[in-house]
Design a protein around this ligand. Structure first.
Ligand SMILES: *[C@@H]1O[C@H](CO)[C@@H](O)[C@H](O)[C@H]1NC(C)=O
Ligand SMILES: *[C@@H]1O[C@H](CO)[C@@H](O)[C@H](O)[C@H]1NC(C)=O
Ligand SMILES: *[C@@H]1O[C@H](CO)[C@@H](O)[C@H](O)[C@H]1NC(C)=O
Ligand SMILES: *[C@@H]1O[C@H](CO)[C@@H](O)[C@H](O)[C@H]1NC(C)=O
Ligand SMILES: *[C@@H]1O[C@H](CO)[C@@H](O)[C@H](O)[C@H]1NC(C)=O
Ligand SMILES: *[C@@H]1O[C@H](CO)[C@@H](O)[C@H](O)[C@H]1NC(C)=O
Length: 501
């Protein structure tokens, strides 16, 4: 990814996608081969059984213009077993870039608090992901169809859906609605409260990097946090990853070295040339980034099935001293990578086109990154353990133009959602984990009494939204308790000022 010219830039942007922010990371080789094909869902079962009704709502394809009058079916999930009607609250998950059932299954926090709040749970799918495709199977076939994939349209979908649910469900007219979301879904939750304070009384924005936009935070912070996670999880761990890139360059300079690498890493498709080696490094880099996002204190299966504190397990293989040969070092790296790709022992080979669950929508997120969601990232090889690469907006824009025929608008997200000037808004909780690289673009200090930041030092990517676990650090249990306390306060405030419409 570093040395390969063109595609490296979008590759980098993709890392940002994990934000997808669960941002599912975008691997360009994979992206290209998958462009304009439909992605299927994968499985990730929740720790506790959950049950919901699956429903569909007719949404306008275009909320903001009047020429396109078509509609599509937006999928949403409803669980009202614990809902106290009339007037019980609604917790509304603002779906992100992927299959809504996957987010639903991975948001145990909502399932665990529904009963104590007497709340109805609703999980709304984001347009263009999962089953909610405005142009059916053709949604990704050209950029004319992709034109309606924006966060503004998605927020409008959520607002229209809630208005409709409230007027059509007996007992829901006075129900206060709270938005909940993680990662990009967390950004949407925060922006939903900012743009539609008439529809939601408050929002929990978990691991939401609302400031990961041009000019708001330094572009190197993301990879610096990834590096810190490895540096503190084992002796020489980050240092050896930093060294591994040159070792790969050395070994991959000969045909026999390429063959050795392919066998050592049990790759499904052998590396054939230096270009393949570049793609291979980019895949490894994404692997380390994903591990930083899912460095959870217990065994979990979010992006991949993994042991508890997976980075510590990975680092056991990287505690090599400075005298080892390139081959010995890369043997350690391959064992480390297999912790991520083969924890269950069931993978027959490693596929460098895949890094995470296919429940995330790669093409859709790349399009969003190429239009509104411009998230600068850079590395210097000093503060971080990666090969140096600057942020180059022009190169990024050129790639977007080649891929989708559109160019990104670097300043738009700041203009439409307020950037750092959001103090006039209210009732939003921003929670962030200290281990999560996305915390660099998040709100990590209190802005006002009602724009509150909760920091979970031992937390990875939206740990607070997951099911509680015996091995949870006390900081995440405290965070969840505080979040519920704010929910109760917002619900109480809403009861004092009944809605008139
Ligand atoms: C979510 O959980 C439900 C019920 O357990 C299951 O049917 C579904 O396949 C899961 N979805 C994903 C994407 O894992
Ligand atoms: C790569 O090759 C160079 C030149 O032979 C050597 O100095 C270096 O130690 C090798 N390995 C790494 C990790 O740089
Ligand atoms: C995954 O682990 C199993 C069990 O240890 C092993 O047999 C298999 O070869 C491993 N796969 C890869 C790709 O290394
Ligand atoms: C590797 O992953 C890509 C993208 O998901 C897929 O198309 C390809 O078939 C996979 N290759 C193997 C050998 O599994
Ligand atoms: C940024 O990319 C453009 C287009 O690829 C290139 O012409 C320019 O030299 C690059 N700028 C820097 C500072 O590398
Ligand atoms: C923000 O304020 C709340 C309530 O006083 C407090 O619990 C929390 O720790 C503060 N957050 C930060 C990051 O200082």
């Amino acid at each position: 990814m570093r040395a390969g010219g063109g595609t490296q830039v979008l590759d980098r942007a993709a890392a940002t996608c994990i934000l997808a922010l669960w941002l599912g990371c975008l691997h360009v080789a994979a992206l290209k081969s998958r462009l304009f094909t439909r992605l299927g869902g994968a499985s990730d079962s929740p720790e506790n059984p959950i049950s919901y009704d699956t429903l569909y709502f007719d949404q306008k394809i275009d909320h903001f213009g009047f020429l396109e009058d078509g509609t599509f079916k937006q999928r949403y999930l409803v669980a009202d077993k614990h809902w106290q009607q009339p007037g019980g609250p609604v917790l509304f998950y603002t779906g992100n870039e992927g299959d809504i059932t996957w987010f639903c299954n991975n948001t145990g926090f909502m399932w665990e608090i529904a009963e104590e709040l007497g709340a109805m749970l609703v999980f709304a799918e984001h347009r263009y992901y999962g089953e909610s495709l405005p142009f059916g199977q053709d949604s990704y076939s050209d950029s004319k169809h992709l034109n309606y994939l924006t966060s503004e349209q998605a927020l409008a979908d959520f607002a229209v859906l809630i208005k409709n649910l409230k007027s059509s469900s007996p007992g829901a007219q006075q129900s206060p609605v709270i938005a909940v979301g993680g990662s990009y879904g967390g950004m949407l939750a925060a922006w939903f409260r900012i743009k539609y304070p008439n529809v939601v009384v408050g929002a929990l924005a978990a691991s939401a990097p609302i400031w990961q936009f041009p000019g708001m935070v330094p572009c190197g912070d993301f990879y610096r946090i990834v590096t810190q996670d490895f540096a503190k999880s084992g002796q020489n761990c980050a240092a050896n990853i930093r060294k591994s890139w040159m070792a790969i360059n050395n070994v991959s300079s000969t045909a026999s070295g390429l063959q050795w690498l392919s066998e050592e890493f049990s790759l499904c498709a052998p590396l054939k040339n230096e270009n393949d080696a570049v793609g291979f490094k980019s895949w490894l880099q994404e692997t380390w980034v994903n591990l930083a996002m899912v460095d959870y204190p217990y065994e979990a299966n979010f992006l991949q099935p993994l042991p508890r504190w997976p980075i510590q397990v990975v680092c056991k293989y990287l505690a090599l001293d400075a005298s080892v040969s390139d081959y010995q070092l890369l043997h350690g790296v391959s064992q480390a990578a297999k912790v991520y790709y083969n924890y269950t022992g069931s993978s027959s080979c490693l596929n460098t086109s895949q890094t995470a669950t296919s429940s995330l929508g790669y093409i859709g997120w790349s399009y969003q990154a190429c239009t509104e969601m411009v998230m600068p990232m850079c590395t210097d090889g000093i503060q971080d353990m990666f090969e140096p690469e600057g942020w180059n907006f022009t190169a990024f824009s050129d790639e977007c133009s080649a891929m989708f025929g559109v160019r990104p608008r670097a300043d738009w997200a700041g203009t439409v959602y307020g950037g750092k000037d959001i103090a006039s808004h209210s009732n939003i909780i921003f929670s962030n984990g200290g281990l999560d690289p996305w915390s660099c673009g998040g709100v990590t200090s209190n802005i006002t009494d009602s724009l509150v930041s909760i920091v979970i030092p031992d937390g990875a990517h939206h740990l607070d939204l997951r099911y509680s676990n015996d091995q949870d650090p006390p900081s995440v249990s405290a965070a969840r308790a505080l979040e519920v306390m704010y929910f109760r306060e917002w619900i109480k405030q809403a009861k004092k000022t009944p809605l008139t419409s």
